[in-house]
Design a protein around this ligand. Structure first.
Ligand SMILES: [Zn+2]
Length: 358
C-alpha cells in the first residue's frame, strides 16, 4: 500500500513500541458540534461532544479541542499528557502555510459566511493545529471526507477497494477518493470537494451556495436545499429535511417533486465524480442517507442513465462505520499498524459507547 501515513506511523513509533501503553485521541470537527474520543488498542474508552465554539478569538476552537480532550481523558482516568497522538477529521476547506493548517469553513468563520450576522464572529480562518502541536507528539489532520475515505477503506465498506470514493450527503456534500489505491489529497488537502463543483451555469436561476457562488451541486441538493425547495425556512436543517421525507412517504405531491428532483441532481453529481475518477465503489454517508430506502431507486435510476460505458457496474454501498465514522476517521490518521489489524478483527466501533454532552 502506497499510503504514506502508515509508513509515517512505522517511522514514528519504531521497533520498541509498546502498544499497551499508548492512548490516542480522535477529534471530529463539524459546523455544529465537535466530538472527542480517547482510545487504547482495545477500543474507545470515552467520548464527549459539545456545540462548535464560534465566539471570541479565532483560537477558540483549538482551545475547545483541548478542553474536550482533557475532559475525555479525565473520564478515562488519564490526563492530557497520556495522549500520545491526535487525529483530527475536520470540516474544510483548508489552507496550508508554513506547515500549519488553517481552517476556512464558511460554517464556522463568520468573516467568510455570505449571509453575515448568522455566525457571531468575523474570523476568516482558524489556526487549527498551530495551537495543538505542543500538546501531542503526533498530530495529523485531514478534511472529514478524505479521512472518512481512509477509514472506510481500512475498516468499513471499502475494504480491499483500490478505486473508491466516500461521499457525504448531509448539510453539505463532499467526497474523498482513492484511485489505483492512492489517496487523492491535493495542494491544500481539499481534493474531491464535489459539493462546490458547478452543475449549472444559469446564475440567475441557481440558489446561493454557502461558499458564495452560484450553480454548485451542494446548493441544489444538500439537506438545506430539500427543506428550502419544499418551502420550509430552515430553522433546523435536520428536522426540516426529515419532515420532507415523511411527507414523501405520505404521498405529498410537493414532497415527491422535491425529493425526486434532489435525488436526480445528486445522482448527476455522483456520475460526475465517477466519470472523472473512474470509481468502482461509491460509499455513502451523512444524514440524508438515513432515508436511503426512499432515495436508492431514484438515485440509481438517474445515475445509471449517465454514459453507461463509464457508469455501469459501479457499486453503491452505505458507510460501514455509521455513527462512529467521524471518530474512526480521526483515529485512522494516527493508528499504528498493530492496532489496525487488531481493530479490523474486533470491530470496536460496533460496540455501543456512552457519549457525554458537555
Ligand atoms: Zn459552493
Amino acid at each position: 500500500l502506497p499510503l504514506t501515513y502508515i509508513q509515517y506511523i512505522d517511522n514514528c513509533y519504531g521497533e520498541n513500541f509498546m502498544p499497551d501503553e499508548i492512548y490516542l485521541g480522535a477529534v471530529d470537527i463539524g459546523g455544529t458540534k465537535v466530538t472527542a474520543s480517547i482510545s487504547n488498542r482495545k477500543g474507545f474508552l470515552t467520548r464527549v461532544y459539545q456545540k462548535t465554539r464560534k465566539e471570541g478569538k479565532n483560537t477558540a476552537l483549538p482551545e475547545q479541542i483541548i478542553f474536550l480532550l482533557e475532559n475525555a481523558s479525565n473520564r478515562a482516568g488519564l490526563s492530557l499528557k497520556d495522549i500520545y497522538g491526535l487525529g483530527i477529521s475536520s470540516c474544510s476547506p483548508f489552507s496550508f502555510r508554513d506547515n500549519f493548517c488553517y481552517l476556512k469553513s464558511a460554517n464556522i468563520c463568520g468573516g467568510l459566511a455570505k449571509e453575515r450576522g448568522l455566525i457571531p464572529n468575523d474570523w476568516t480562518e482558524i489556526p487549527i493545529d498551530r495551537e495543538l502541536k505542543p500538546y501531542f507528539p503526533r498530530l495529523e489532520i485531514e478534511n472529514d471526507c478524505i479521512s472518512a475515505a481512509i477509514a472506510e477503506r481500512q475498516f468499513g465498506a471499502g475494504r480491499g477497494e483500490d478505486n473508491m470514493a466516500y461521499v457525504t450527503w448531509s448539510t453539505g456534500i463532499g467526497a474523498g477518493a482513492f484511485v489505483n489505491g492512492r489517496l487523492l489529497t491535493g495542494k491544500n488537502r481539499n481534493a474531491v470537494h464535489i459539493g462546490h463543483t458547478f452543475i449549472s451555469f444559469d446564475e440567475e436561476n441557481s440558489p446561493l451556495c454557502g461558499c458564495g457562488d452560484y450553480g454548485h451541486l451542494e446548493a441544489f441538493s444538500a439537506g438545506p436545499a430539500i427543506a428550502r425547495d419544499y418551502g420550509l425556512i430552515a430553522a433546523d436543517t435536520a428536522v426540516d429535511t426529515k419532515q420532507v421525507f415523511e411527507k414523501y412517504s405520505q404521498g405529498d405531491p410537493g414532497a415527491i417533486k422535491v425529493i425526486e428532483r434532489v435525488a436526480k441532481i445528486f445522482a448527476k453529481g455522483l456520475a460526475n465524480l465517477t466519470i472523472l475518477l473512474d470509481i468502482k465503489v461509491l460509499i455513502l454517508g451523512g444524514s440524508i442517507i438515513n432515508d436511503w430506502e426512499i432515495l436508492e431507486p431514484l438515485v440509481k435510476k438517474e445515475f445509471f442513465k449517465c454514459f453507461p460505458p463509464l457508469t455501469e457496474g459501479v457499486e453503491f454501498r452505505l458507510s460501514g462505520l455509521s455513527k462512529y465514522l467521524g471518530d474512526m476517521a480521526g483515529l485512522c490518521l494516527i493508528m499504528p499498524d498493530e492496532w489496525i489489524s487488531l481493530w479490523q478483527k474486533t470491530k470496536p466501533w460496533e460496540k455501543e459507547l456512552e457519549t457525554i454532552v458537555l
